[in-house]
Design a protein around this ligand. Structure first.
Ligand code: M6P
Ligand code: ZN
Length: 191
């Protein structure tokens, strides 16, 4: 017979992104070593080691069929011309999909196939993004205030950070002349 878990509701604080009772994860600039293109700008900013983003996650056991959800509070900032972003990942179970829902601020999602085909989806409050199976995904804050969004993902999806950490995305999201631009990553190499 099925084992019944207790249903629950929680209220996200839409100003701060906090989910009461969630597990909090903090990623500072020092946790993102090697991720940004401009290494001199990175070293300079590392003196302050700002918080880049926080995640509030309600996670279940890694079982097929169950769901996790999390808010992310991605702070505004840049390393050189490159906007602050989340690490980005594939799913450890690569065929697992995900849905994001933007709550506050301004940003977007960079997605990529393992071959390096990239897509950029701008996000503002109300935007829902569907992340299909097999696509790596990273969010970027292109605004001046925290960019806050909710993510819903299978409990057994897991995170695979390895290839993004080594190779990055094939595109960079930068500010140039006051505009948001998505440009080719000069360091990107496909296998
Ligand atoms: C979203 C979800 C989480 C993820 C978080 C931060 O909330 O996709 O699974 O952990 O963003 O992204 P990352 O793990 O790439 O740092
Ligand atoms: Zn994910």
């Amino acid at each position: 017979m099925a084992e019944y878990k207790k249903p629950f509701g929680v209220k996200i604080d839409l100003e701060t992104g906090v989910i009461p009772g969630a597990k909090k994860l903090v990623r500072k600039l020092s946790d993102l070593k090697g991720y940004f293109a401009d290494e001199n700008a990175y070293s300079e900013l590392l003196k302050d080691d700002p918080v880049v983003y926080e995640v509030y996650a309600i996670e279940q056991e890694e079982k097929d069929g169950d769901l996790n959800f999390a808010t992310t509070v991605l702070y505004p900032g840049k390393v050189g011309k490159e906007f602050f972003f989340t690490k980005g990942h594939y799913h450890a179970k690569a065929d697992r999909a995900e849905v994001y829902y933007a709550l506050k601020g301004k940003g977007g999602m960079l997605l990529q196939t393992p071959e390096g085909r990239a897509e950029w989806i701008p996000m503002e409050p109300g935007t829902v993004v569907y992340v299909p199976p097999y696509w790596a995904h990273r969010t970027v804050n292109t605004g001046n205030e925290p960019f806050i969004f909710l993510a819903l993902y299978p409990a057994d999806a897991g995170h695979d950070y390895g290839s993004i950490k080594e190779k990055g995305f094939s595109k960079l999201v930068i500010e140039e002349g006051g505009e948001v631009r998505v440009i080719d990553n000069p360091r990107w190499k496909s296998d």
